[in-house]
Design a protein around this ligand. Sequence first.
Ligand code: 2AM
Ligand code: CA
Ligand code: CA
Ligand code: CA
Length: 261
Amino acid sequence: MEQINKRNELITQWVLEAGKTIKDSFEKSIQVEEKSNRNDLVTEMDKKTEEMLIKNIRQHFPDERIFAEESDNEEIKDLNGVVWIIDPIDGTLNFVKQQNDFAVMVAVYEDGIGQMAYIYNVMKDELYSAIKGQGASCNGQRIDTVQDLPLKDGLVAISSLLLSGKNEAVRQVARKSNGVRMIGSAGLETLYVSTGRLVAYIAASLAPWDIAAGKLIAEEVGLVYTQANGEKIDLLKKNPVVVATPAAHQEIIQHLTEKES
Ligand code: 2AM
Ligand code: CA
Ligand code: CA
Ligand code: CA
């Protein structure tokens, strides 16, 4: 892909601006609607942020396709060429209930491969980014490759959907680890693994925009990011996800793929 430096400058600017607009909205009352159920929300700020990002992309890269959570995405049936994958607010429930722990996420993929990724933790003012083959950084400072810790030496985050159902394998993983955390933003949970605060994040069902940016950042710091059966991610559908250090990933996949007796 051409113009990486120019793109990096533009996307950084757009994402920071999106974060500021979201923060400023705390002073007003915000419209909230239910999508599939009462825990699946969209606010006017999700829509407004997505529209801002799309307008900027269309203006600078009119020929490139956009795959975004609050859009209809009807023409996205493959990932050929350059595709922008956007989650305007990841952690909408946190945004609504806590005004904390949410992120703006943008990724640029080319022929299905992540090239550029951005996750902005708005309330902490931390912008994580990665460029394929060049590692990851936070606010422009390069971040280290993660230490390859096993499950027994770290905390694990899980998505709340894993609480329902039997999931004995997930409970075993939890018991083997130092403990379990639930943050409610797939992007931030992936960043916490990427910075060594967690050894793994396990989620039952993530959409392409929940995955796209985090996957590139995670891989650039040496993590493994796959489906829960160890197969590679399919960015055209929802995936059960495991992102972890190589050691913890191997242990977790083993637990999740073992037949329950
Ligand atoms: P979202 O806030 O952008 O919707 C915890 O809810 C995490 O799972 C968030 O990152 C959330 O992203 C994501 N998620 C994916 N599908 C979801 C759904 N149907 N309902 C709520 N959260 C969902
Ligand atoms: Ca959502
Ligand atoms: Ca999301
Ligand atoms: Ca979202």
